[in-house]
Design a protein around this ligand. Structure first.
Ligand SMILES: Nc1ncnc2c1ncn2[C@@H]1O[C@H](COP(=O)(O)OP(=O)(O)O)[C@@H](O)[C@H]1O
Ligand SMILES: [Mg+2]
Length: 426
């Protein structure tokens, strides 16, 4: 029944793999250079689409890519596994998965990439397609609200194609259920009409490789998580790795930088290559305007002072969160939603962009009763913690060992819940 090229879903873009075969008709845009997947409004103005569209234009330094980022992200992406810096374990594991598939002449197993924004998930997806010499198709969870959206993408896949589904945890539940069958049996069941007129059409799909990306694999339901043959847990990068990223990007951007200058930038990049690249560009601007363009430690430090990135890598959002926690809530505990409102940000931005870094730095703790500031947070702002912090103490257990009444979580930590579960669509 397949005649002519199937329609391309609006949220889907086709790109030829870097070393892939001939370009596909009507498509040649690499991802991240047009609309980023996370800003593609969902069709039909769904809740998720509206939320994405309503996202504030102002973005903190660690937030997902903005316009300038998207262009340089694409320019600075390593093209193959050998050029991918750090993540030794993931690289080794992925290399085995891909090499074995190539040897069998089959599509690689489905791969889930889990890690904070900016750690290289999109880059790895593109590398997977390149290493498999397969075309790459890009779409994202928010763009797939109807099963029909997904069916259109799946039905147009060619054999061996790599389908990159960014932010896979934000896909609607009915679409997710369609994906189970597609991943496991390479089949979709399309239901047309309603009630007694409903007809079901079963469509066989060619073998393809699904590459899903998510900020935390815990956000996926087990049935979806279990259908991935391999999950890459991406870690934050250590300073030495980030120095290599900075040197590599400086070379590509033709910026002269000395090793102490690169170390200064790497140390303030929160373990994240995207931030390292962004800080490098800002420092380059500063060096070009105020000096001879050469990035040294002194220039890097002065530039990052101007851009409000402190010596620890905390940016404006991080400091706003900590400041609210310390000054408005006496160090907590305070619920995530309240904290987000206090700093004027989305709940998810605070939980996924600011908090992972603050927790890792030992400045903030997530407890069942809410967020609390650690002594290190008070020290970072040169403040003394309140003499008696009664509210940060764990609740007294009842005599029978049961937790006290206020031990009940005021809200679950973000890992325990599934954002978007209260979607308005059935
Ligand atoms: N391991 C790495 N080596 C070199 N550059 C990297 C690495 N990981 C990420 N980058 C760079 O960081 C930027 C963001 O990476 P990206 O893949 O878009 O992250 P994510 O999709 O996880 O948010 C890109 O410019 C990419 O080139
Ligand atoms: Mg990405």
């Amino acid at each position: 029944m397949k005649t002519g090229p199937p329609p391309l879903h609006p949220g889907a873009r086709r790109t030829p793999g870097d070393r892939g075969g001939p370009p596909l008709p009507g498509t040649a845009t690499p991802p991240d250079e047009t609309q980023p997947p996370d800003e593609t409004p969902a069709p039909g103005g769904s809740a998720a689409g509206r939320a994405a569209a309503a996202e504030p234009a102002r973005r903190p330094a660690a937030a997902p890519a903005d316009g300038e980022d998207r262009v340089t992200d694409a320019a600075l992406r390593p093209k193959d596994l050998d050029g991918f810096i750090g993540q030794e374990r993931v690289r080794e594991q992925l290399d085995l998965v891909l090499r074995a598939a190539r040897r069998r002449g089959a599509a690689a197993d489905h791969v889930l990439l889990a890690g904070a924004p900016g750690l290289g998930k999109t880059t790895l997806a593109m590398i997977i397609a390149a290493e498999m010499e397969a075309p790459l198709r890009v779409t994202s969870g928010p763009a797939i609200q109807h099963p029909g959206d997904l069916a259109a993408v799946l039905a147009s896949l060619t054999g061996g194609e790599v389908l990159f589904l960014d932010e896979i945890h934000r896909m609607s539940r009915p679409a997710e259920e369609m994906l189970y069958l597609a991943m496991e049996d390479f089949r979709v069941d399309i239901v047309g009409g309603t009630g007694l007129d409903a007809t079901a059409l079963s469509l066989d799909l060619p073998p393809f490789t699904l590459v899903g990306a998510t900020v935390r694999s815990g956000l996926l339901l087990p049935p979806l998580r279990d259908r991935f043959g391999f999950t890459a847990h991406m870690e934050f990068y250590d300073p030495a790795e980030l120095e290599r990223v900075v040197h590599r990007s400086a070379r590509l951007l033709e910026v002269e930088i000395d090793p102490p200058g690169a170390a200064e930038i790497a140390g303030r990049s929160r373990g994240t290559p995207r931030i390292a690249n962004r800080l490098l560009r800002r420092v380059r601007d500063y060096a070009q305007v105020t000096a001879d363009g050469v990035v040294t430690r002194r220039i890097a430090a002065a530039a990052l002072r101007v851009y409000e990135v402190d010596g620890r890598g905390l940016d404006r959002l991080d400091r706003a969160v900590l400041h609210a926690l310390l000054k408005l809530f006496d160090g907590g505990p305070v619920g995530l939603s309240t904290l987000a409102v206090a700093v004027g940000e989305e709940r998810e931005t605070v939980a996924e962009v600011a908090e992972p870094f603050l927790v890792r730095e030992g400045l903030l703790a997530r407890t069942p009763r809410g967020r609390i500031a650690t002594p290190a947070a008070w020290a970072h702002f040169g403040l003394a913690p309140p003499p008696e912090p009664p509210r940060t103490e764990p609740p007294e257990p009842h005599r029978n060992g049961a937790p006290g009444p206020d031990a009940r979580p005021d809200e679950p930590p973000p890992g325990g819940s599934r954002p978007g579960e209260d979607r308005s669509r059935p």
